[in-house]
Design a protein around this ligand. Sequence first.
Ligand code: F6P
Length: 325
Amino acid sequence: MGDKVIRTIGVLTSGGDAPGMNAAIRAVVRTALGKGLKVRGIRRGYQGLLNEEIIDLSARDVSDTIQRGGTILQTARCHSMRTEEGQQKAAAICKKYGIDGLVVIGGDGSFAGAQRLAYYGINTIGIPGTIDLDIACTEYTIGFDTAVNTAMEAIDKVRDTSTSHERCSIIEVMGRDAGYLALWCGIANGAERILMPEEHDYNEQMIVEDIQACRKRGKKNYIIINAEGIGDSMNMAQRIEEATGMETRATIIGHMQRGGSPTCKDRVYASIMGAMAVDLLVEGKTNRVVGYQHGQFKDFDIEEALSMKKEIPEYQYDIAQRLAL
Ligand code: F6P
């Protein structure tokens, strides 16, 4: 904790966008203005910071945004921010614009940048914004709830046609290297199989045999939720169709999972996290991440957040398998 007085807060969104980011931006802006601080919005993430795409934000600039998907500040992935030179330049630009506290809304890559800025004297607080739910110190990340509901609704639709044609459907959901979206959809959509990178030792021959056994038991379809981290859905569909004789189709839901109006949960949790990030900066805290654990919003050291590995709860995966009888 430092004794630096915060007068101007900057806010940026970085990495993949996530529904609810606008609610967090709005909360940062209005909480900061309410405390008599100045707010600067940085467009296009760290890349925009390096290009000095910095604008003043008023309470009205964030009107009518809480219900909108995406991010009004735009976002980008920035390679220069991984270099020492880029990090020093970004810190110098913050200082030039009087930004003494910075709120970074994004995933772990974005937090690594925030950690470096903290090292160079800019007080930083991270807010977990990613549909992947892959940040270890928090049970909630902005956007996951909306994305998982979007995917669930899409899978319900695929299921209808899959049942009509008595097919096997492989549906690929996002998540990068994490299987949370797959696990939740698997349970919510009553899938026969969930394939996730965390349980990568899946056996395709076993799936083939299970499909055949399910057909004999009179099942009208066979739904496989495949995580992006495993991928290969199109080829997998071909292999399974050849081995089972059951018509098989692959659907990759893709970026529609990242868009759309945020759910109530994403709006409310993102608003709380945005406000809390400003409160933490005003208290003099830096190099922290806002998280949600055991029913409470808390802050964690960024180091801790980045070093912890998030595991898939074995018990939940086991339940998903038991319910797929
Ligand atoms: O991190 C969010 C995410 O949507 C991942 O699930 C996915 O792997 C990645 O971003 C896709 O990134 P891009 O939009 O840059 O292709």
